[in-house]
Design a protein around this ligand. Structure first.
Ligand code: DCP
Ligand code: MG
Length: 372
């Protein structure tokens, strides 16, 4: 190898994504897009560990404040394993990576992406179908498999749901959700979370967190919201769950589980192309005057709101890394409900995201810097 190793600045060398500021889309989109394909391919194969390794490489590259032009510039940086470095070298030298190109054109990757692109279909189900030779929606339809209600909606609105949601559409959905929430519970607060809170210009869905300043007023709210949405004809599909979270002696609401236990509703909205909504792509497939949009509504008690907001803002890697930091570096368990200090054997309260970062001994990272 040529040249002396260059010492990376401490900020860039930080090995946890939650210690870095990661803007969207970053200065290395050729590299991050390629690593994202390899991560996705590993995830679709059920290989979580390999997927995570590529996600960490991708996150590190996105956090860099300049475009990488040579492999030597990456010396001393964490999160970049040999495999990732080989792919990066290929891309820097040839403009393409043969491994990434092969992955993208492989029948398995294409079929798994198509099948998991159906709302309600996870990796396990897609794998089973692919093994049976199902690679397209047409083959799924003729296969005779009975689909559950979510999957039926997923097939029905497949084209709409695989068209990215624009910022304008997210804003239009916000207006609808705020109108409904305020009509069923005056004083309730609606906050846009997920990728749009991180400043992304498009997303696969729109995520909302709903709370009320008086603890307890939010109980059962999800059912009232759903009833109102349905009465106004705004829902194409919905599946809701009750809040099952209770603080336990073990701390922080089962941090091992990535699912939280809030009252919530996974839904598909009917977004109409009317005066409140002026995006160019305002029609659904088949030229309908409306289109289907995935919306997640989550209701949190005000006492857990800061944790819920941190948990539902993402990115998924940023969340994962924050939890990993908490356990390994601070002996704490963090979830979307609470933060538990295992040494002090008590929950640490917080009424803002800033306070949570402070409890964790992390410098505050604003939502737009959490795009790891
Ligand atoms: N999240 C969570 N638990 C879940 C689902 C999501 O904690 N069961 C968190 C992590 C995500 C955030 O909520 O970053 C939003 O989830 P999305 O899947 O909607 O991801 P994004 O909004 O980040 O991306 P996209 O633009 O694809 O919607
Ligand atoms: Mg989202």
């Amino acid at each position: 190898q040529q040249g002396d190793p260059v010492e990376a600045p401490a900020f860039l060398a930080a090995s946890y994504a939650c210690q870095r500021n990661t803007p969207q889309p970053g200065h290395n989109t050729l590299l991050t897009a390629a690593l994202s394909v390899l991560a996705e391919s590993a995830e679709l194969n059920g290989d979580e560990g390999r997927g995570l390794a590529f996600r960490r490489s991708e996150g590190l590259l996105r956090s860099l404040d300049r475009r990488v032009q040579g492999l030597a510039e990456l010396r001393g940086l964490p999160c970049l394993g040999d495999h990732s470095r080989r792919v990066i070298q290929d891309l820097l030298e040839n403009g393409v990576s043969s491994e990434v190109e092969e992955t993208k054109s492989s029948p398995r990757y294409k079929a798994m992406k198509l099948l998991t692109g159906i709302f309600g279909v996870g990796v396990k189900t897609a794998k089973r179908w692919f093994t049976e030779g199902i690679c397209s929606l047409a083959q799924l339809e003729t296969s005779g498999h009975s689909l559950n209600a979510a999957q039926q909606a997923g097939v029905c609105y497949y084209t709409d749901l695989n068209q990215p949601v624009s910022r304008e559409e997210a804003d239009a959905v916000s207006v609808m959700v705020e109108g409904v929430v305020h009509s069923v519970l005056p004083g309730a607060r609606v906050t846009l979370a997920g990728g749009f809170r991180r400043g992304k210009m498009s997303g696969h869905d729109v995520d909302f967190l709903i709370t009320h300043p008086d603890e307890g007023k939010e109980e059962g709210l999800i059912h009232k919201i759903i009833a109102c949405l349905e009465s106004r004809g705004l829902l194409l599909y919905q599946q809701n769950t009750r809040n099952t979270y209770r603080e336990s002696a073990k701390g922080a609401g089962r941090p091992s589980s990535s699912m939280d236990r809030f009252e919530r509703c996974f839904s598909i909205f009917k977004l109409t192309n009317d005066s409140s909504y002026t995006a160019d792509n305002g029609t659904g497939s088949g030229g309908r005057p409306w289109r289907a949009v995935r919306v997640d509504l989550v209701v949190s008690p005000i006492s857990q709101f800061a944790f819920a907001l941190l948990g539902w803002t993402g990115s998924k890697l940023f969340e994962r890394e924050t939890r990993r930091w908490a356990v390994r570096e601070r002996s704490m368990s963090l979830s979307s409900h609470a933060l538990y200090d295992r040494n002090q054997e008590r929950y640490l309260r917080a009424s803002s995201e800033e306070e949570i970062f402070a409890h964790l001994g992390l410098e505050y990272v604003s939502p737009t810097g959490r795009n790891a």
